[in-house]
Design a protein around this ligand. Sequence first.
Ligand code: URA
Length: 436
Amino acid sequence: MLPQEIVRLKRDKIELPPAQLLEFVAGITDGSVSDAQISAFAMAVYFNGLSRNETIALTMAMRDSGDRLDWSDLDRPVADKHSTGGVGDNVSVMLAPIVAACGVAVPMISGRGLGHTGGTLDKMDSIPGYTSQPDNELFRKVTREVGCAIIGQTANLAPADKRFYGVRDVTATVENVSLITASILSKKLAAGLGWLVLDVKCGNGAFMSDLQKARELARSLVDVANGARTKTTALLTDMNEPLASAIGNAVEVNNAVDFLTGAHRDPRLEAVVVALAIEMVVSAGAAADLTKAETMVRQVLDEGKAADLFGQMVTALGGPADFLEKPDNYLDKAPLIVPIKADRSGALAQVDARAVGIAVVELGGGRRQRDDTIDHCVGLTDFVPIGTKLQKGDPICFVHARTEAQVENARQNIFKAIEISETDVAPMTPVIERID
Ligand code: URA
């Protein structure tokens, strides 16, 4: 069928059979469908939606538009996590080795920062020598021998999504639950996972700011992934403030190392990491129930097994052999580390997490343009959680910057992003609900 006919059917709210969606996606991949036709199709879907069956068919067609990884030679279940993106969200860095230490292989294909949200790949790139884009052979070797490998996309995974997303990005058609679902899942499912756990963020620093929208996205992701035969569950987690107390790249890796070694664990971050790890371990069948999974997760953390695997993964991918023991010797440090002090006493009542993420981008820790280079050493640390009682002069966080002007800009941004109240404020609940 001609692409314009497929667009016409969707424009007229007619349900498309899988074969037509497959044909349209094949045309996106081989270039026979034009950008104008992709854009018209995206806008028709934006207004008229896709049914669950159409979304499953679109997802599977995009999943199959390039390579599909096969892990059937591994002797363990294979699982991964996907987060819809947050601020101070370094969960993946600890989650992969924790879950691997529990006997589940985690070949984690992660992304770069998007807008105000950070990307795991950019964080891992702060480790000198670490090869975040290994060839397929090394990726498979590290996953098999260590149990986990955090890398960026190497294989030709879901090329249809790459082109489709590029057109959506510049035609105001990103914000549609079916299109987001197909886009996210096509890449994850092409990675050949047996099990997937989704961390759907909800709040002012998330892609979905309100609970109902986040729930809708989580429900769509879970139903479509399961419909495409990858067992998937989701947790809705809070993103109304940074998750870790560190926001940036090298600073988040440092925070993750402290978490793994037990030197310091931010309580909100710990709640989310442990909940996601339990979910992955149970769903992949490595523990019989939630209680047994929690015992395993806490044990691999307390006994240092997860930390050890993280160190092994870093070394196997080209990083320093003693990175885990001496991260400070390797992570780039900013020349200026300056506290931002509360200008009055009270409780930290609100944080605009999106604005905090943007403050880090302005420091150079994220990209303004797609091809910008990241300054790995900049960022924020010791960001206090909502509910913290502050005396005038207490630090709200520390800015890591290269220049005084950057410090001043960050100070202004942080003051605009927070509210201090005279009355006590309850802390936010980090894990909101589970969707299966
Ligand atoms: N992330 C993706 O990969 N795709 C979307 O459509 C939105 C967020």
